[in-house]
Write a protein that binds this ligand. Structure first.
Ligand SMILES: [Zn+2]
Ligand SMILES: [Zn+2]
Length: 116
């Protein structure tokens, strides 16, 4: 019997350009969920470092992942949907990212490093 376990890796461009539903399919969940995020991190598509939000901070933030992906990968579409969601922020820009969007951003950076 042939193995049907195939890598779901695709190119970064294909990933970024496809629909959110497809994005969720083609990124193996275990790949991004294993990525540890530090208190302070940097994603390559925002010019400043991001700092982890305290869980006691308000839930009145919306994820800016939609500026990079087709939409936020946690499905956050507006404000007040983020109670209990871990997030990272850049206060001067009023820029916020949820955990999943940070993890996938870091994963894509790793893909790029591998391809270079
Ligand atoms: Zn997000
Ligand atoms: Zn910033």
């Amino acid at each position: 019997m042939e193995s049907i376990v195939e890598s779901q890796y695709t190119s970064i461009d294909e990933f970024i350009n496809c629909t959110p539903e497809k994005q969720a399919d083609i990124v193996p969940i275990e790949d991004w969920s294993k990525i540890e995020i530090e208190e302070k991190i940097k994603v390559d598509w925002h010019p400043h470092p991001l700092k982890k939000r305290l869980t006691t901070e308000s839930n009145g933030w919306a994820c800016d992942g939609k500026k990079q992906f087709v939409k936020c990968l946690s499905g956050i579409t507006g404000f007040y949907q983020t109670a209990g969601v871990e997030g990272w922020k850049c206060p001067p820009c009023d820029f916020d990212l949820c955990k999943k969007c940070v993890q996938v951003s870091l994963m894509i950076e790793r893909w790029k490093e591998r391809e270079d």
